[in-house]
Design a protein around this ligand. Structure first.
Ligand code: HEC
Length: 128
């Protein structure tokens, strides 16, 4: 009987500790992109905004600012409000829809998309 109680409490302990060890809600990872991998605005950043109307469903010309449509996106975000070259992580275009953001509930970047945006800003946010 004592053995059974012991086994039972060990089992319960395992459940309790296990509950602390495992993080069931895995936060989206933001992968590092090496500095020497050049990011192109036209080829890699713009499609995040426009493919399947991902952002442009709302951020369209005459709609919600910033205008993220193909022809206007660069000019629309090319200001200190959206791009912070000294502190890239503070750029609104990165921070507001970042994967863990609670400020922009409409849509957030995937980890990969966020990494691309951040790397592009770190590389000078060029219209390339
Ligand atoms: C369903 C509509 C919708 C979609 C889709 C959407 N947004 Fe937004 N976004 C908004 C609205 C509305 C606001 C205004 C602030 C708020 O309500 O959060 C906003 C605000 C923002 C802001 C801050 C603007 C400012 O000047 O303060 C940024 C940056 C932004 N969105 C980027 C994006 C990006 C990038 C995407 C695509 C990944 C996206 N949004 C997709 C509706 C949307």
């Amino acid at each position: 009987m004592k053995k059974l109680v012991f086994a039972g409490s060990v089992f319960i302990m395992m459940l309790v500790l296990g509950g602390c060890i495992y993080d069931w809600v895995v936060p989206p990872e933001v992968p590092e992109i090496p500095d020497d991998v050049g990011i192109s605005f036209v080829n890699e950043i713009l499609p995040i905004f426009t493919t399947g109307n991902n952002c442009t469903a709302c951020h369209r010309t005459g709609g919600q600012m910033p205008d993220l449509t193909e022809n206007n996106a660069f000019n629309s975000i090319n200001s200190a409000k959206y791009i912070n070259l000294t502190q890239p992580e503070e750029s609104l275009i990165y921070k507001n829809p970042a994967p863990n953001s609670s400020t922009h509930r409409h849509k957030v970047y995937s980890g990969q998309q966020a990494a691309l945006i951040l790397a592009w800003i770190k590389q000078g946010a060029k219209n390339n």
